[in-house]
Write a protein that binds this ligand. Sequence first.
Ligand code: HMG
Length: 413
Amino acid sequence: MTVGIERLAVYVPAYALPLAALARARGVPPEKMTQGLGVEEMAIAPPCEDVVTMAASAGARLLRAAHVDPETIGMLLVATETGVDNAKPVAIFVHELLGVGRRCRVYELKHACYAGTAALMTAADWVRAGGGRPRRALVIAADIARYALGSPGEPTQGAGAVAMLVGPEPRALVLGEETGTYADNVYDFWRPIGRREALVDGKYSVECYLAALAGAFTAFRGAERPALRSDEALGDRLARMLYHSPFPKMAMKAHRRLVELDWRATERWAAVEPRLEEAAAASYRELVAPGLAAVARVGNTYTASLYLCLASLLETEGRALAGRRLGLFSYGSGCCAELFTGTVPADVAAVADAGVGEALARRTLIDVPEYERLTRDGEAGGEPPPGFSGEFVLHGIRDDRREYGRLRAALAA
Ligand code: HMG
C-alpha cells in the first residue's frame, strides 16, 4: 500500500535574531557562528507563544491548504521535547484548537529530536494497517530550542512547527518501507524536569550523532532493496539527503561521515579513498546544501528540524525532484536514530508550498536586548507583540491551567 506525506505546512515565529549580532554581544567572531556553525538567524518565540500555539498554527494552515475536514482525522500526534505539562499532552490542546473530531486517537510523543520521526512512522504504520474507516493522520512536530544565555549551545537555538498529513494519497513524499534504526543510552543532551533550558555535552553530542548515523546507515544499507551491487554506493540512488540539522554544519559533518561509510562498504573504496574529501564536498553541495536554506535562518527546531528541511526543499525544488528519491536521517539525543527514504511524487507541485518562504519573508529582526527580554519572559502568555503571525495565543496560566485562544482572522492572515 502506498503511504506517505500528503502535504506539509510550516509555522515559524515572526521574530528572528541575526547571529552576527549575538556574536558581537558575546565577544565572539561572527564567522564562528555564521561559518563555523552555518547559522545566519534564529527564530525567537514571544511570551504569548508556546509549543501548543505553534503546533496549532501549523496544523490549521495545513488543514486549510489541504481542504481537509478536521472531523476526518483519526489520529493526531504531536511530537515535542518542549512539553507544557508532565501529564496533559500538547496534542489534546491542539485537538481542541483545531476542532478535530472526538473519534480520534490523540497523544504526545517524546524522544528528543527523534520524536517527529517516531510520530511519522507510527502514523504511517497505522495507515498501512487499514480498517473500516479511511485512515488519515495529522502529525505535528513542534519545539522551542533553549540553552542558557551565554552558553556554547546559545547560537543553536530556534523555534518552529511542521504539520504533516499522513495518508494513502501522498503527494509530497511516498515513504519507503525499509528503514535503518539505531539506539543507545547516552547522556549527550537532556532536560531534567523543572528546567526550561536543555543541558548538553556539546562536543560529545556531535560524536553521539555521528555514531548513531553510522549505526542507522549500516542497518539501512543492508536492508536496501533491490540490494546494492558490490561496486555501488547508496548515495548514487539518492537525489538529495536531508539530516536532522541542529545547525547546518552538523549536516555537513554527517554527510562527510555517510559518504565515507558508503564508499568503504564497496569494492571501489581503494580508488575513492585518495579523493574522499573532494568527493564528499561535491556530494554535499549537490545532495545536502539545497535542503539547509531554512535551517540557516530558523535555527534548531528539534523534532521539526528534519521536516523543516523537507518542507523547504520541496518548496524550492519540488518540481525538479518529481520522481526522485530522497534520503532522510533523524537523530534524537539520548539516543535513537532512523534512516529512511521517500520518493517525491510526480504531482508534487500542487502541494509544494508549505509556507516556508512566506513565513521567512515577513519576519521582524530583533536585537540582543530584545531577544534577552523575550527569553526571560518566555511563555508567560499575554498580548501578541506587533508583527505577530500566529493564529493562536497563550493568554496566560491561571491556577496551573494554560489558557489559549484563537486570534481574530485579521491578525492571523
Ligand atoms: P563551540 O564550543 O561553541 O564551538 O560548540 P567550536 O569551538 O566547536 O566551534 C564551532 C565551529 O566553528 C568549529 O568548526 C570551529 O572550527 C569553527 P568545526 O571544527 O566543528 O568544523 N570556528 C570558526 N569558523 C570560522 N571563523 C572563526 C571560527 N572559530 C571557530 N573565527 C557546539 C559548538 C555545537 C558543540 C555547541 O554549539 C553546542 O553545544 N550546541 C548544542 C548541541 C548540539 O547542537 N549538538 C549537535 C548534535 S546532537 C543533536 O543534534 C540533538 C539535538 O538537536 C537535541 C535533540 O536531539 O533533542 C541537539
